[in-house]
Design a protein around this ligand. Structure first.
Ligand SMILES: NC(=O)c1ccc[n+]([C@@H]2O[C@H](COP(=O)([O-])OP(=O)(O)OC[C@H]3O[C@@H](n4cnc5c(N)ncnc54)[C@H](O)[C@@H]3O)[C@@H](O)[C@H]2O)c1
Length: 449
């Protein structure tokens, strides 16, 4: 099929590459000039395992190309199907900002001959109905088909999804989606666009609930007679529950769960519907970002104002460069407000990037420089460089008596036990009893959606 994918962010680039790999002739449409240049030069603008290699291969086959403008490309080579994967960022009031979706759809509505159109961006229930009231000509050719990929495994998730949710008004559109996606073995849920929209929000709300639940359990387990790691191991071994998204830490901070939970709560409120559970999930998450500051207040008291803090890791997850809602963006300003100084180190970011993200903090080129003379350490990313470091050596760089707050519950107990530092974490794991994998040997998965 001749396919256009409008919007080349995490979802769009992944989709364009995966569809070209499948054999379709794909044009990725991107209006941001820097992003477009990167793509046309064969460099992925988003960090995602395997994506760079697959992008290069797809460009070599000639089945993938990129362009700035949907309309002009359609004139010369009409698209049979247009996927819309533009952003739906949070507006100031927390509702979903639909301006990118509206603009992209307005462009599609002008195309002749009219293609099929598939909206994949996450939007509040009822959005498709409202949009198609403005573009009735597209209604019979329209699907709302939410994307469920995880950053970190995006290509695999696109190629082998757990399910396809197809919100359509006309059954033939489902056949078009089957042709687009090829021989998928996963279940299909064919429904109305409004139900499909709700499905995406409900999925993300549930994942967020698991994370806030595990963080609340961590608070309940923060005494020496309780072991949060073992509690979550045992809870997750129940096949009705599972281990995914059960690791306590700084809360959800990917680009989707924070905005989608808030947007769902706002959508419900606009209809006079109460969301006490969802509100609690959001509240727990907001408070969780204060774990590092609050723990340091407890441990250092008045000394906090005279202490330097080394922040190890700025990314939410090592494998994703998506910083839109990373907890470090809340934690570093909190620390800057209360301490003598904050140093930040992240092995994937240079000094310019760190300086732009964290004005007032001192970017550091390596781990040891970050730690030298610091009284406190905040671990915000599960970087192997941090986890596998020789902490008996690193501890000698710190000003005594030092405190390490492990915001990801990722440090290895054998590397910390017996060292002259106080180790604190979500749920107050004891260094000699902490684990980084579940009881069945599965490593803790990091949350993302
Ligand atoms: N990021 C994820 O992991 C993920 C997972 C599932 C669903 N989603 C949802 O998918 C949607 C896209 O997410 P994302 O993270 O890829 O977005 P993004 O903001 O990273 O990228 C969107 C891209 O679209 C481009 N764009 C906007 N309007 C355009 C237009 N008219 N023509 C051409 N390009 C245009 C922007 O310049 C940008 O590069 C969102 O609704 C998001 O909630 C995201």
């Amino acid at each position: 099929m001749r396919v256009a994918v409008v919007g080349q962010g995490y979802v769009g680039v992944t989709g364009a590459v995966a569809l070209a790999r499948q054999g379709h002739h794909v044009t990725g449409i991107e209006k941001d000039p820097a992003r477009l240049r990167s793509l046309t030069e064969g460099r992925t603008p988003v960090s995602e395992p395997g994506l760079q290699q697959e992008l290069s291969l797809a460009l070599e086959t000639g089945r993938l190309r990129f362009a700035p403008d949907l309309t002009r490309t359609h004139v010369t080579e009409p698209f049979e199907i247009v996927l819309i994967t533009v952003g739906t960022p949070p507006a100031d009031d927390g509702t979903a900002d639909l301006s990118q979706v509206k603009a992209a759809l307005a462009e599609v509505a002008e195309l002749l001959p009219a293609p099929h159109v598939v909206l994949k961006s996450t939007v509040p229930p009822g959005t498709s109905e409202r949009l198609m009231a403005q573009h009735p000509r597209l209604r019979e050719r329209y699907a709302y088909n939410p994307e469920f990929l995880n950053q970190g495994s995006a290509l695999d998730d696109w190629t082998t999804p757990s399910r396809v949710v197809a919100g359509v008004w006309a059954q033939p559109v489902t056949e078009v989606l089957h042709t687009l996606y090829g021989a998928l073995t996963c279940p299909w849920v064919v429904t109305t666009p409004t139900t499909a929209e709700m499905t995406k929000y409900a999925s993300n709300a549930f994942l967020a609930t698991k994370i806030s639940f595990s963080n609340e359990c961590a608070r309940l387990c923060a005494t020496p007679d309780l072991n949060i790691d073992q509690v979550m191991q045992a809870v997750g071994l129940d096949p009705r529950i599972g281990h995914a998204f059960l690791q306590p830490g700084l809360g959800f901070g990917d680009s989707c769960l924070p905005k989608d939970t808030t947007a769902l709560a706002r959508w419900a409120a606009s209809r006079g519907l109460a969301t006490p559970l969802l509100n609690a999930v959001i509240d727990v998450n907001r408070d969780q970002a204060a774990l590092v500051r609050d723990t340091l207040r407890q441990e250092l008291g008045a000394d906090l104002a005279r202490s330097e803090v080394a922040v190890l890791g700025a990314r939410y997850e090592p494998w994703s460069d998506d910083m839109r809602a990373a907890p470090s963006r809340a934690v570093v300003p909190q620390l800057l407000a209360e301490t003598a100084g904050v140093r930040v180190w992240d092995p994937a970011m240079d000094a310019d990037e760190l300086g732009r993200l964290f004005p007032g903090a001192r970017p550091c080129p390596d781990l040891r420089t970050a730690l030298r003379g610091a009284r406190a350490v905040a671990v915000l990313t599960e970087w192997p460089e941090t986890i596998e470091a020789d902490w008996s050596v690193l501890a000698t760089e710190l000003a005594a008596p030092a405190v390490v707050v492990d915001g990801k519950n990722c440090l290895l107990p054998e590397r910390l036990a017996g060292l002259p530092l106080t180790y604190r974490s979500a749920g107050n794991r004891l260094p000699e009893r902490a684990t980084t994998s579940f009881g069945d040997g599965t490593p803790y998965p990091a949350p993302s959606a």
